[in-house]
Design a protein around this ligand. Structure first.
Ligand code: PXP
Length: 240
């Protein structure tokens, strides 16, 4: 059964809009966990636009479920991960001008650096996942660099408009899952997933872990974080 990690970056986005101390992502993480989330995901960006160092420090101490740190491979961030020791890191590309993570990590071009980062994370017993487009070369490069998992980018599926385009993107995810599984990788998925588009992806067997953020935080504003998390878990399980 696939599980849900709630990405709570945008709780911190609301806080940073006023540079104040509320809402606290640590409180939000507690609500997600009480609702049955498998994990909490946050992206510590180099510009600290939402999640900041204090958040990851406190979350590391308070999150009892899986703590998944999304991060780029810049040296200062890698050093923070080594000290923090989250359960898992998900390696992403990062551009300062982007609204959100735009594409997947280019593991083919950055394979040498990736292999170094994987080694350093494994030394600290941290699982490593790469956020990549569902492409055979990227998946193979992740496996060759020693990663434990890949997170298949569902953004293209989320943006697809016609039934044909949606089916094509779902097939890419299914193919990606097969290639990754054959390479011995655990398969996660995420980006752009919502209450409206999650079901067809949740029905793909072998996708073990979903990282979902914006849609859950948006719904939580209206119904509360616990209810929003519970509703998404029910959709993933096909019981809503
Ligand atoms: N997975 C990764 C690697 C991401 O970068 C993000 C966005 O931070 C997500 C999942 C969550 O995406 P969304 O906020 O669209 O659910």
């Amino acid at each position: 059964m696939a599980v849900l990690n709630v990405n709570i970056d945008h709780v911190a986005t609301i806080r940073q809009a006023r540079l104040t101390d509320e809402p606290d992502p640590v409180w939000a993480a507690v609500q997600c966990e009480l609702a049955g989330a498998n994990g909490i995901t946050v992206h510590l960006r180099q510009d600290r636009r939402h999640i900041c160092d204090r958040d990851v420090r406190l979350l590391k101490e308070t999150v009892a479920c899986k703590f998944n740190l999304e991060m780029c491979m810049a040296e200062p961030i890698v050093k923070i991960a080594e000290q923090l020791k989250p359960d898992q890191v998900t390696l992403v590309p990062e551009k300062r001008a982007e609204l959100t993570t735009e594409g997947g990590l280019d593991c083919v071009r950055q394979k040498k650096r990736l292999a170094q980062v994987v080694k350093r994370m494994h030394k600290k017993k941290i699982l490593v996942s790469t956020f990549i487009v569902p492409d055979a070369e990227q998946i193979t490069a992740s496996a060759e660099a020693g990663c434990d998992a890949v997170e298949l980018h569902t953004g293209m599926y989320a943006n697809a408009k016609s039934d044909r385009a949606i089916e094509r993107r779902l097939n890419e995810l299914r193919d990606g899952r097969d290639i990754a599984a054959t390479a011995g990788l655990i398969v996660h998925a995420g980006h752009g997933l919502t209450y409206r588009n999650i079901r067809p992806v949740a029905m793909i067997e072998g996708l073990c872990e979903f990282n979902i953020g914006h849609s859950i935080v948006a719904r939580a504003m209206l119904v509360g974080m616990k209810q929003a998390t519970e509703e998404m878990i029910r959709l993933i399980r096909g019981i809503l």
